[in-house]
Write a protein that binds this ligand. Structure first.
Ligand SMILES: NC(=O)c1ccc[n+]([C@@H]2O[C@H](COP(=O)([O-])OP(=O)(O)OC[C@H]3O[C@@H](n4cnc5c(N)ncnc54)[C@H](OP(=O)(O)O)[C@@H]3O)[C@@H](O)[C@H]2O)c1
Length: 291
């Protein structure tokens, strides 16, 4: 079994790149970061996949700068939609499978209960819309594929909310954080552990059949606001005296519109594969203890 991993220098990709070689049955892992291959070079991407001849492509690469994407539409579309489309096309030609990650930002956030995979996406940002195009392209071109939507991804490495809050809490007595956007913070460890089980499933069943192929939600359990997340980070840190104040989204304007509510139901993932992720609070503590 040979795996081709894209985005191996990103938050999730780094974790996957470390963990995948330890999975029994994975004989070869080729990891590509942006310095090895710029995914906007689609012909080169096609060539690399054809040369590598993987059994499974895992795409953890993405244009994730949500605000920057609003003014960088062409590149965001190339990385988030056109490159995954090429991956899926070539995967099918090679008779390979594909695992692709997507985002809660495909939804507009108007729901009042966790989104299921049957709910209709309605992205309101360039990032969300290009990621949705990527989902559709992967599912259209590769019938042996899973699209895993996750949310609020972080680890102790890379650029993320956890690291920003820890840095600011060290510098300031008081932080103001948006309290009216609700979601589920998800660690790269929880995502990696769940993804490895899907890789094992893929090997055991010789692929993802048309019955299981499709979109799945994959986030840590529970829900909170960015403010609640920040409070939990601060209280588990050495800066627990720092006050965290709740502010509304209107007081923190950003170029990209964020959905107000993007809790995702993980029921389909559990019902199909028996996989569940830890609650976000337990995952946060585990993540902070890793350092
Ligand atoms: N981060 C989140 O909060 C979040 C939330 C929901 C879903 N997701 C999804 O989860 C997956 C993993 O996200 P993540 O947090 O691990 O993202 P990340 O840390 O930003 O990693 C993405 C990787 O893709 C690389 N990349 C960007 N443009 C590229 C290009 N043109 N060619 C090759 N590589 C390129 C990035 O390189 P550079 O760093 O050098 O740009 C980075 O190493 C993505 O599909 C993302 O959409 C993330």
């Amino acid at each position: 079994m040979k795996i081709l991993l894209f985005g191996c220098d990103g938050q999730l990709g780094t974790h996957l790149n470390e963990a995948l070689p330890n999975v029994a049955g994975v004989e070869e892992l080729s990891g590509y970061g942006i310095n090895d291959l710029n995914l906007s070079h689609l012909d080169r991407l096609r060539q690399v996949i054809n040369d590598e001849k993987p059994n499974l492509i895992i795409n953890a690469a993405a244009y994730t700068a949500v605000d920057k994407a609003e003014s960088d539409v062409e590149l965001a579309a190339k990385v988030n939609a056109e490159a995954p489309s090429v991956m899926a096309e070539v995967a099918t030609i090679l008779n390979a499978g594909m695992i692709h990650y997507s985002t809660d930002y495909v939804f507009d956030g108007t729901a009042t209960r966790p989104y299921s995979e049957d709910d209709i996406p309605n992205p309101e940002s360039v990032y969300g819309s290009t990621k949705l195009d990527g989902e559709n392209a992967v599912l259209m071109h590769c019938k042996n594929s899973l699209v895993l939507r996750t949310s609020w991804v972080y680890s102790m490495h890379g650029q993320n909310f956890l690291r920003t809050i820890l840095r600011l809490a060290a510098e300031r007595d008081e932080l103001k954080v948006v309290g009216d956007q609700i979601g589920a913070p998800t660690t790269t460890r929880a995502l990696t552990d769940a993804s490895l089980k899907l890789v094992q499933y893929f090997m055991l069943h010789n692929g993802f059949s048309e019955t299981v192929s499709g979109v799945y939600h994959m986030t840590c359990g529970g829900e909170t606001s960015w403010c609640g997340f920040a409070r939990a980070i601060v209280s588990a840190s050495e800066y627990s005296d720092t006050r965290v104040l709740d502010i509304p989204t209107v007081d923190y304007p950003t170029p990209a519109k964020r959905p107000a509510y993007t809790v995702l139901s993980n029921k389909k993932l559990f019902d199909t594969f028996g996989i569940s992720l830890p609650d976000w609070e337990a995952a946060l503590i585990e993540c902070m203890q890793e350092e």
